[in-house]
Design a protein around this ligand. Structure first.
Ligand code: BEZ
Length: 209
């Protein structure tokens, strides 16, 4: 085992962190990165994370030279350039833009799901904004429907940036929003997820019970 040369500022519940950890495992780089646990919330950033990362985002990756990379998309791109296997983000051509757009759709699900989680878990009940919460749920459902109807063959073709992002998004819905019951309207996504969620990279990065 090599000594880790990079530090990943990390929270095991964060689906954005999970994408990075899945890519590290899929590309055989997990021993290169030490994990630094932090528990930032929208109102209390981690003191170490904000050094070189003023927005306080996690994941953030401190490189051997001290430079800090953020957010998950930048880190994934960086790490995909640090291994010798097949790239998990196509380097150019139409495949690059399509796979990144699918990944962005999955990230959109995550943005809506994480914001919803903050609203429901951190804000007092009397301040919950029902119309806003409804629209976040609509966003999630619309995007799932688009993946279900238009992207299953692409997601199933290989476990790359698009598939990793989609798998982490579905895993987060199970973790924080089981009430959405996303499988009911999306049987092909459900079948695909049942398979990819058994990959070692997904099993080793499951959110806390
Ligand atoms: C969560 O607990 O759901 C969470 C934690 C960190 C980042 C995003 C979400």
């Amino acid at each position: 085992m090599s000594t880790p040369s990079m530090t990943l500022f990390h929270n095991p519940a964060s689906p954005f962190v999970r994408k990075v950890r899945v890519l590290l495992i899929e590309t055989g780089q997990q021993d290169r990165v030490a994990l630094h646990d932090c528990v930032p919330t929208p109102v209390s950033p981690d003191a170490q994370v904000v050094q070189g990362n003023p927005v306080g985002k996690i994941p953030a990756l401190r490189l051997a030279d001290g430079n800090m990379l953020h957010d998950s998309r930048v880190i994934l791109d960086y790490l995909d350039h640090q291994h010798v296997g097949n790239p998990l983000i196509p380097r150019d051509g139409s495949a690059r833009w399509r796979r990144l757009t699918l990944a962005s759709m999955a990230d959109g699900i995550l943005d809506a799901a994480v914001l919803t989680r903050y609203e429901l878990a951190l804000r007092p009940v009397e301040k919950h904004w029902a119309a806003w919460l409804d629209e976040q749920r609509h966003k999630i459902r619309r995007t799932l429907a688009e993946l279900e109807q238009g992207a299953m063959a692409e997601l199933a073709s290989h476990f790359d940036i698009a598939a990793i992002s989609a798998a982490c998004a579905l895993g987060y819905l199970d973790f924080r929003h089981p009430d959405l019951q996303w499988r009911a309207d999306n049987p092909r996504l459900a079948q695909w997820y049942a398979e990819v969620s058994q990959r070692p990279s997904m099993l080793q990065t499951q959110p806390p019970a």
